[in-house]
Design a protein around this ligand. Structure first.
Ligand code: GSH
Length: 204
């Protein structure tokens, strides 16, 4: 059994997608960020960074307990645990790694930065616009990619799709004006949204 500590942010959604898509049994523990539940001593013992998500796998490798934070690491961990959603053919790995890293190091931090700025007391519009434009540019490149490719890394669905969809779904919900004019992303996102595991993962 796995315990998941999360809230309905893109990082929390990503961890829940990992568990749902991999068909792993888990108990969900909602963490109320507004109440500071991620800063309690008990929570800090799980993740000293005081951030969601965290999973605790009571039956990790060798039967040992694994405590894991970082939503991307949780995706990789769950996929490796069930042997799915990571391409095994070395020829497929470069496109897979590139897609996964785009979600992890470009898309997710960019959206987090935009949220940080627009939710601040006195948002600095030129700075917000700079990051919003960068987000749009990244999304346009993804749109070109999806014009010739069904999934983020190729013909098969992988954790790169889950990593990316967590952030795109969140962006579509909170800042839809930043997600316009990308029909191929929309086609892919609709396919991801139709997956029953995704629908369960998004219910916070
Ligand atoms: N790189 C981490 C980021 C985790 C993160 O930023 N979590 C946010 C919610 S999306 C959080 O807990 N924020 C509360 C805080 O930092 O105080 C991951 O992917 O899991």
């Amino acid at each position: 059994m796995i315990d998941l500590y999360a809230a309905g942010t893109s990082n929390g959604i990503r961890a829940r997608m990992a568990l749902e898509e991999c068909g792993l049994a888990y108990t969900f523990h909602p963490v109320d960020l507004a109440k500071g539940e991620h800063k309690t001593a008990a929570y800090l013992a799980l993740n000293p960074n005081g951030q969601i998500p965290v999973i605790v796998d009571h039956d990790g490798p060798g039967g040992k307990e694994v405590v894991l934070s970082q939503s991307m690491a949780i995706l990789v961990y769950c996929a490796e645990k069930v042997g799915k959603y990571i391409p095994m053919d070395p020829a497929d790995r470069p496109a897979f790694s590139q897609a996964l890293m785009s979600a992890a190091t470009d898309m997710a931090p960019m959206l987090g930065t935009i949220f940080g700025i627009i939710r601040s007391k006195d948002p600095h519009r030129p700075t917000a616009e700079m990051f919003e434009n960068r987000w749009r540019d990244y999304l346009k490149v993804w749109d070109s990619t999806f014009a010739g490719r069904r999934y983020a890394a190729g013909k098969e669905v992988t954790i790169a799709d889950f990593a990316l969809y967590a952030v795109v779904a969140r962006a579509k919900g909170v800042v839809p004006h930043l997600c316009e004019g990308v029909p191929n992303v929309d086609r892919w996102a609709a396919e991801m949204a139709a997956r029953p595991a995704m629908q369960r993962a998004l219910k916070f």
